[in-house]
Write a new protein. Structure first.
Length: 93
């Protein structure tokens, strides 16, 4: 199992919309082969910043789910980001 932690920063005035978008991905991601869990976290002291914690059987299955997501929907969401999302894969210690 791997853990994928992604970080997202909302564009000015887009915090609520970005949060809604990230939450709307839950059904899609959780139905993807290899997904074990998906959580969206909001830091208490930073409005507009979000952390997504995903657990996957393999990193390849995570990458496959990203590739399979409709590109037109992702293009629509790009206006919600202040900067490109970042993220890393982690193994449990």
């Amino acid at each position: 199992m791997i853990v994928r932690i992604g970080e997202f920063q909302a564009a000015t005035g887009q915090a609520d919309e970005l949060k809604a978008f990230l939450l709307s991905l839950s059904d899609y991601i959780c139905a993807s082969p290899g997904c074990l869990s998906y959580e969206v976290l909001c830091p208490l002291d930073e409005v507009g910043r979000f952390v997504v914690v995903e657990r996957w059987a393999t990193a390849e299955q995570h990458r496959a789910s990203v590739q399979a997501y409709p590109s037109d929907k992702m293009q629509e969401a790009m206006a919600l980001f202040a900067a490109p999302p970042s993220g890393s894969y982690y193994a449990l210690a």
